[in-house]
Write a new protein. Sequence first.
Length: 243
Amino acid sequence: MNLRWLSLSVAALAVGLCCGGCRDAPGRPGAAVTRPDKVTDFRLLYRQNCAACHGVRGDYGDAISLNNPVYLAIAGTVNIQKITANGVPGTLMPAFAKSQGGMLTDQQVAILAQGVESAWGRSNALGGQTAPPYAGSTAGDPSAGQKAYGTFCASCHGVEGQGVVNAKLHTGSIVDPSYLALISDQGLRSLILAGQPQEGMPDWRSDLQGTGARSMTDQEVTDIVAWLASHRVAAPGQFYSHP
Ligand code: HEC
Ligand code: HEC
């Protein structure tokens, strides 16, 4: 190991950290330097670790919006804490707990999970109704899922999931293997359970005015996820043709 190279890179890292991380110039009176593992402020932790992918306001990215109160009520602090600690294998969501190779202490992970809930959660977000559970418990049946998809989703996402573009609506394909490669089955389930209210996508209650739609059951949500997942291919990103 070349020690000279090592100490140079440590010095460069220290300078880099300070330029990027400190608001005040080093040495200025009052400039507080907090060790990264001592940061306990939710907003700062969120900005440093999560905002790049989930947006400063929690409403960005391929994942469910973290600022969706229906999502927060269904997932609950325990699941959010687990996912933040362990990440989601096979997606861009990293593991943050030190025990999983991340940079955050267990306390910081807990502060993030509680902070997300208290910043964006809302009491009675489910209006007293009981949602299907956060996680599915069966494998799901893709062909039953295709039928349920026709009932609950096709009007906005097209008969085959290819998307709809008209004067009122613009949705992209949700069966495109490149999209499905970015999101896990749980990620899809979260979107179906909690919807995308800012975009006009309803949650599991599917309360579209005038359509007489009823709420989805746990099994229907599970089956729809299985149908979407059946469009995954082994090597996404390679050439494929649109149907
Ligand atoms: C009333 C219209 C509407 C209904 C019904 C609806 N969606 Fe959506 N959905 C949207 C809109 C609008 C978006 C955001 C635009 C986009 O991402 O294409 C969206 C986004 C999504 C996304 C995220 C796509 C992405 O690129 O991030 C998924 C997955 C999805 N919907 C699946 C479903 C499924 C499955 C159903 C049925 C259970 C459903 N949607 C029902 C309107 C709807
Ligand atoms: C490099 C990008 C990236 C960063 C940084 C990131 N996330 Fe994620 N996150 C994702 C992606 C992508 C998903 C969707 C994973 C999936 O498909 O299940 C996700 C999913 C999640 C979920 C689960 C959503 C669900 O469906 O239940 C939670 C909770 C979450 N992130 C919280 C956080 C928190 C808190 C931080 C900061 C400590 C963070 N994320 C940082 C990319 C990121």
